[in-house]
Design a protein around this ligand. Sequence first.
Ligand SMILES: [Zn+2]
Ligand SMILES: [Zn+2]
Length: 306
Amino acid sequence: MTILYRSFSLTVSTLSFILTCFFASCANEDPAIAHDSTYFNAIEDNDIALAAPKEGDWRYSHNEKRQDLKAYIKVNPVRPGADHSTIYLMPVGDFTSLQQTILKQVKKYVEIFFQMKTVLLPAVSDSAITAVASREHDGHIQLLAPYLLDSLLKDKCPRGGIALMAISAKDLYPKDSWNYVFGLASYTKRVGVSSIYRLQDGHLDTVNYKTCLTRLANISSHEIGHMFSLHHCVYASCVMNGSNGLSETDRSPLRLCSECQKKLFWNIAYNNKHRLKQLSDFCKNNSLQRDWLAFKADLDAVNQSN
Ligand SMILES: [Zn+2]
Ligand SMILES: [Zn+2]
């Protein structure tokens, strides 16, 4: 299944490819979650209810069903195993030194978020794709994302890989009638491509660095979360909330809500408190104030509950 994501066009309304949850919501008593119930009870109080969607927001035009833990388990998500336990990030194109710094930080963030070995591969050239599957748009070169997905990434997940996400320096477009796309992914094959181009408001500098880092951390964890079968979250404010564009992405937190954390924890079985401390430290060290405060609030709640 190929899915366009986080996409927006000025000429065509946003395509909607909705991951549909087929199962009714109900309470879970999964032993793994019950085992860490103190943690989940503590952070649940910090979940922030979703506001009613405004026109243009993802939920205004997408009526998605809630995927609770029981529904998540039923979709039989891919789980790490001895022969597939590494997430790979593949830069595509030429990146400035500041962009390379962002890529290294995002690699660290993904590793913390999923508590899974994450490898930032050496950047690969985009010249072959530029030669055969690109166009000029608004004075810059765009790469044809489906071609990149089917040619550059097809069967390229390295040995031991559970997910492969390419990050393009150049802008992307999905087809001629679209102005651009933020990314494209095949969730069943667990490969995807995103672009840093539109996350840096034209040009990355020290002023918009934190905004770009937050956006790429958000999009990377969201899209790789999809590869682990996390559906869009309609339960609370959450990094897995659907998004129609950058302004909506900017409003969504880096934090997974308690319900989505239960799903990821069920899958990967990491140390919840250790993960939370690392997320908090990452945001603090990178001066990501809003998200640091959210993780710190969870950490404080967990510490008080022990
Ligand atoms: Zn999504
Ligand atoms: Zn959620």
